[in-house]
Ligand binder design. Structure first.
Ligand code: HEM
Ligand SMILES: Nc1nc2c(c(=O)[nH]1)N[C@H]1C(S)=C(S)[C@@H](COP(=O)(O)O)O[C@H]1N2
Ligand SMILES: [Mo]
Length: 381
């Protein structure tokens, strides 16, 4: 005889668990509520992730504005802190649906097989995104040269699978949520526990981007108020091997490329130019951000000394020889902005070596990886 239980019945082993418990937590309504929240969170991650990607690698037609000053700070803070707070939802959702993993027979028809395959892709991509994201911000770089690219492409796979899943299951989920629940006690406690776990993660990480809450940010790898001049450092001068070159009195800032005249400036020359102040955040791609008071010369003043055309694009190069962050691109909206500085000081003191002495770029609405430290050359094109 062919064994053929109804597909949504809990598998045999689950039926041996306390019945009321499993049936309530693995039911449609719980799965649907979690699924809707998780789906929304993934779409927010996708949107904010794309902002981060295209700020760092704009397509030819893209022009990012330099304002609002804190735009990237907010989108990436939401991406990382929101992502961390979503982890309990993901775990709860998987817990809720895992009995279906053992449904028998595993495949009932071609359509059913395709549907199941899609769910595996969805779950796999989601796990991959969350796991690599968390490991990356925790500086566990087993996949150092691979993370951003893998995380980027998996995002499309995840969202593609999610949209098909919504088309497939959305109506059922809506029905499950709209109908009046029977017997809600166990479910409510379960969902409140999940929400509490999310809230606890948010509370212990949000201070990495919201300075007044910095002391609560015990789970954050970086937080305001730590590091030289109260601002964290990811890569130090020693780690990048620039210490000697940065301290060398022969250091010059040169402006070269498509300019009317090449310019070479000593640190004293830079100090003799008009000095300006800007209060701007460092907003790291890893989610932490800290505001500081920066002081230095406007990038546009230096570029104008060399006779740079208004539509020019600028490459800011550091003393660093290699490394992914040794240079960054500055487009016209950013270099024309009066807040964009080649900073010589921060928070009332000369720039610390680890923050980019003798001179570093600081500009509004820009990922931290593009706030190049230890600048020595501006290449105009
Ligand atoms: C706990 C969850 C997550 C964490 C901690 C996290 C962390 C990060 C980090 C640190 C970056 C910056 C990478 C870099 O520029 O070096 C990033 C970028 C990105 N994330 Fe996530 N992420 C999470 C979840 C997600 C999810 C669920 C999605 C997809 C829907 C996603 C999509 C993206 C995309 C598209 C980028 C841009 C990648 C690029 O610049 O090419 N992330 N994420
Ligand atoms: N040359 C150079 N500039 C760099 C980096 C780097 O590794 N090399 N790291 C970037 C990153 S990832 C961030 S978040 C900011 C941090 O600036 P801070 O160290 O002054 O806080 O510097 C950026 N500038
Ligand atoms: Mo960063």
């Amino acid at each position: 005889m062919v064994r053929r239980p109804a597909p949504l019945n809990p598998p045999a082993f689950a039926r041996t668990l306390p019945g009321r418990f499993t049936s309530r937590l693995h039911d449609e309504r719980t799965a649907s509520l979690l699924g809707i929240a998780l789906g929304a969170a993934v779409l927010v991650s996708f949107g904010t992730g794309l902002v981060s990607h295209f700020m760092q690698q704009p397509a030819a037609w893209m022009r990012w504005p330099s304002r609002p000053v804190n735009l990237y700070r907010v989108t990436q803070g939401v991406h990382v802190i929101g992502g961390l707070a979503t982890v309990p939802l993901l775990l709860a959702k998987l817990w809720t649906v895992y009995p279906r993993l053992w449904q028998w027979p595993p495949v009932r028809s071609i359509g059913h097989g395709v549907q199941r395959l899609l769910v595996f892709v969805l779950v796999g991509a989601a796990l991959f995104q969350f796991v690599t994201g968390v490991l990356n911000i925790a500086y566990w770089y087993a996949f150092r040269f691979f993370f951003t690219t893998a995380h980027y492409w998996t995002a499309y796979i995840l969202v593609g699978a999610l949209l098909i899943h919504i088309a497939d299951e959305g109506a059922k989920a809506r029905r499950a949520v709209m109908t009046r629940p029977q017997d809600a006690v166990g479910r409510r406690a379960f969902l409140l526990t999940v929400a509490g776990a999310s809230a606890a993660i948010a509370a212990t990480t949000v201070g990495e981007a919201v300075t007044p809450l910095a002391r609560l940010a015990v789970l954050a790898p970086r937080r305001p108020g730590t590091g030289p001049q109260d601002v964290p450092v990811n890569k130090s001068a020693a780690a990048t091997g620039v210490t000697a070159a940065a301290r060398d009195p022969a250091w010059r800032l040169t402006v070269t490329g498509r300019v009317a005249r090449e310019v070479s400036l000593t640190l004293a020359d830079l100090r003799a130019l008009p000095q300006h102040t800007a209060r701007l955040p460092i907003a790291c791609v890893e989610g932490w951000s800290v505001e500081a008071d920066w002081r230095g010369v406007r990038l546009r003043d230096v570029l104008h000394l060399a006779g740079t055309a208004d539509d020019a694009r600028v490459r800011v190069e550091s003393l660093e020889r290699g490394g992914r962050y040794r240079a960054s691109r500055v487009d016209p909206p950013h270099w024309h902005d009066p807040l964009t500085l080649l900073a010589l000081g921060m928070n009332g003191a000369p720039l610390a070596l680890d923050h980019g002495y003798p001179c570093r770029l600081i500009a509004p609405n820009r990922p931290g990886v593009m706030q190049t430290k230890w600048v020595h050359r501006l290449v105009v094109s």
